[in-house]
Design a binder for this molecule. Sequence first.
Ligand code: SF4
Length: 285
Amino acid sequence: MDAKKALQVWVEHPYYRYRGCAPDVDVPGRAAGDTALSLDAWHGSDRDGSEPQREREARQVAAVEVCLSCPVMVQCDAYANSVVVEDGKPRLAEPEGIWGARTALERHRAFIKRRHEVAVPAPAEQLKTPQKLRVLEALAVHVSPEAVAEAAGVDVRTANWQRSRLVTQLNLDKGTATRRELLAAAVERGLLDAAVVVGDDGRVPAVPPPSPSRPAAAGAGAVTGGVEEGAVPSSAVPSVLHGRVRRPGRGRRRVIVGPGQLSLDDFLAPVVNVFPRNETLETAA
Ligand code: SF4
């Protein structure tokens, strides 16, 4: 429900006049739900942080107590926590104070948790970039990430990145969105012609899961199972070869090579050959 409608429902409720935070008719400045309580109890001076913590907590507890007996608590909560868009950004209709028996902090936390649902859809100009449209058109007829990328005329990484951006901008859940959902949302936003979409069984993810292996360096050899043939996996290369020299710290123990263990030289031997012949280990480091 939008904020305007929610506000109307709240103020037009037949019990609205009996709300706990209404001004008491007999005790000016006091709340009808508890005449010992000032009407300021729902908002207080905590906005600028000047209110002592103990006072603030006591005030909030008392106000929430009144809210819990309020006949329009549900409608009040629905209005205050409905979402309005300001400068293109979503925010709570009532970002300050206690509403519907919840403090501003509690309401903001809840808002952050459901921000995915209340995210503002991306404007059309952000969605209709030539590359995104090409990726969508490719995704409409292909399933494998490589085929999508090739048909879109981009590399796989770029295609996947654009798919990920589209999922976010179309307000889909990045963790669970499927190709089918992404294409349906794109059709709904006028980014894609429904007639060109080739269906799948609904299990193809909108964004392919990240590859467990790093791409091979160009010209470094064939790739088998994510590791270059004849190349040393980077995890096996000591940090000295990555440009850092680790010196034993004061508290560190030096490893004594014993029988049956490899020495550092044994360990380095297979990887030293990855450097040009005239390049010393120190230079490379
Ligand atoms: S629930 Fe809303 S209307 Fe009722 S007392 Fe609390 S703040 Fe006031």
